[in-house]
Design a binder for this molecule. Structure first.
Ligand code: ADP
Ligand code: ASP
Ligand code: MG
Length: 477
């Protein structure tokens, strides 16, 4: 029959108590699970600048996790992919689990980008182009991940491919130059600790809308370091077509010397000043998360013991040079505003407009022009921002009061880098003297604590790099 109210009331109270207990248990379990997950480095949020203190817990684990990355040339054809597979297998030993990040086969991304541009025509730029560009450009890494997984299987290993969205590598929505926001490493860890070799497509991720994103050219380096951080890897080995980081691009100076150890700070400057051996963001991430990175050649047979270059913190380097390396970049444009009215506030207005248009300015030089009361304002921007800079300034000619804007793309930035510059005088003097001896004119200069850069006519790029490499005795160590 009908149950009496009090009983029902009692039931309700009991049910209330039970659900409170359940909720408390749920929260406690969730808290424990999250604490455990973060201690294991399972889910990293890359907007956090530094690792949590619990990150270096290698000693607590039985398995050492290692990330290997193979670049485009290293994946250039089936023979090279086979060698990449054998190099990977050579790292397999008891107590070690492996994740491999791959780039598209050499030339493939360029081919895909050209196809995308061809399909879009001239008119489609920016947001109307970039999301589909990502879908197309990311395809190269999908193919090479599948190929390497098959090559590994052929050698009897258990391997499978992982695309960016499957890992998942989460990014923001800045298509074509997305930033990694976080990686949940738990599925990857489970797979590799279960004995599988995870082959991850580099360069790609998934944005908050679930769409494919790419990390900017050379972005597989960043994928590799980010995955190493997310799975708490002991190190990240970047296999490429050179056997380490050199004192300058060995293609330009054959006498360049391999650097045994380089600090994160110097490598960061080198990468951002044009040394494309590592993508700038990968170095930034390695530095923030304390991931030791080694740069090695993939053009050796497995078992060949190669020293490579270790990118590590400054305190792990005994031998410190005043100048460690010379870098160059041809991806520069020089913009000069001629006859700009010379009065307080003009420069602020010009650079305000450039900042609003999201354009990064590097070097700046202001000089008097021939006309009294006016100045010439010279600055450099990335070459592909030059048109945007003109578009931001030209319509304001009357308001800013200038005569004309001049743009030159045949310029190059040549830089010398070294942590020793902090405590040594005369580095810039030696640089200017060496360039003057070769008759190379300096158009602009910029400095920071550990680098000095000059802008020169691009036809003198190689000459300037060689002259500076020689002037600082870099080939002698
Ligand atoms: P991957 O396809 O493996 O990612 P990249 O072409 O992106 O390789 O980078 C390797 C290239 O970087 C080398 O072939 C070399 O020409 C160039 N490079 C530029 N500066 C340096 C440097 N200082 N040390 C080593 N390589 C450099
Ligand atoms: N395949 C991409 C590129 O060519 C990413 C990479 O190689 O790192 O830029
Ligand atoms: Mg690269």
């Amino acid at each position: 029959m009908n149950a009496p109210f009090p009983r029902q009331g009692n039931n309700n109270r009991l049910a209330g108590l039970a659900s409170t207990l359940l909720a408390l248990t749920f929260f406690a379990l969730t808290f424990l699970a999250l604490t455990f997950a973060s201690a294991q480095g399972l889910c990293l949020h890359f907007w956090r600048a530094a690792p949590p203190s619990s990150w270096h817990i290698e000693h607590l684990r039985e398995m050492t996790r290692i990330v290997l990355k193979f670049g485009g040339t290293s994946m250039g054809d089936l023979d090279r992919i086979d060698r990449a597979a054998r190099l990977t297998l050579a790292e397999r030993r008891p107590g070690t689990s492996l994740a491999v990040v791959v780039s598209a086969m050499a030339g493939e991304t360029n081919r895909l980008v050209a196809l995308a541009r061809g399909a879009a025509g001239e008119g489609l730029i920016g947001a109307a182009f970039d999301d589909e560009y990502d879908v197309i450009a990311a395809a190269g890494e999908q193919v090479s991940a599948g190929l390497l997984a098959l090559a590994l299987r052929r050698h009897g290993a258990r391997a499978r491919s992982w695309l960016g969205w499957q890992a998942p590598v989460r990014t923001d929505s800045a298509h074509s130059k997305a930033r990694i926001t976080d990686i949940d490493g738990s599925a990857l860890i489970q797979a590799i600790e279960g004995g599988e070799i995870a082959v991850i497509a580099g360069f790609q991720g998934v944005d908050p809308e679930g769409r494919v994103s790419t990390l900017g050219r050379g972005g597989s380096d960043t994928s590799a370091v980010a995955i190493a951080a997310a799975i708490g890897a002991a190190r990240c080995d970047i296999y490429t077509d050179v056997d380490g980081v050199y004192t300058t691009d060995p293609r330009i100076v054959p006498k360049a010397r391999r650097i045994a150890r380089i600090s994160y700070e110097e490598m960061l400057e080198m990468a951002s000043l044009g040394a494309k051996v590592l993508q700038t963001r990968s170095v930034e991430m390695a530095m923030n998360w304390g991931v030791p990175v080694r740069v090695l050649s993939s053009f050796v047979e497995p078992g060949h013991d190669q020293p490579g270059t270790l990118v590590c913190s400054e305190d792990q380097i005994v031998e410190k040079h005043v100048v460690s390396a010379v870098a160059y970049s041809r991806d520069e444009a020089r913009v000069t505003i001629l006859g700009l009215k010379d009065e307080p506030g003009r420069a602020a207005r010009v650079f305000g407009l450039l900042a609003e248009a999201n354009i990064n300015v590097d070097m700046i030089v202001q000089s008097q022009s021939r006309q009294p009361g006016t100045a010439n304002l010279l600055f450099t921007v990335a070459e592909n921002d030059a048109d945007k800079a003109v578009a931001a300034l030209q319509p304001r000619q009357a308001e800013l009061e200038f005569d004309a804007i001049d743009v030159r793309r045949d310029v190059a930035k040549v830089s010398v880098i070294g942590v020793g510059m902090r405590s040594h005088a005369g580095v810039a003097y030696a640089m200017f003297k060496a360039l003057a001896a070769k008759g190379i004119n300096i158009e602009a200069i910029s400095t920071s604590e550990i680098k000095t850069s000059v802008l020169v006519d691009s036809q003198y790029t190689e000459l300037a790099v060689r002259a500076l490499h020689n002037a600082y005795g870099l080939e002698n160590g």
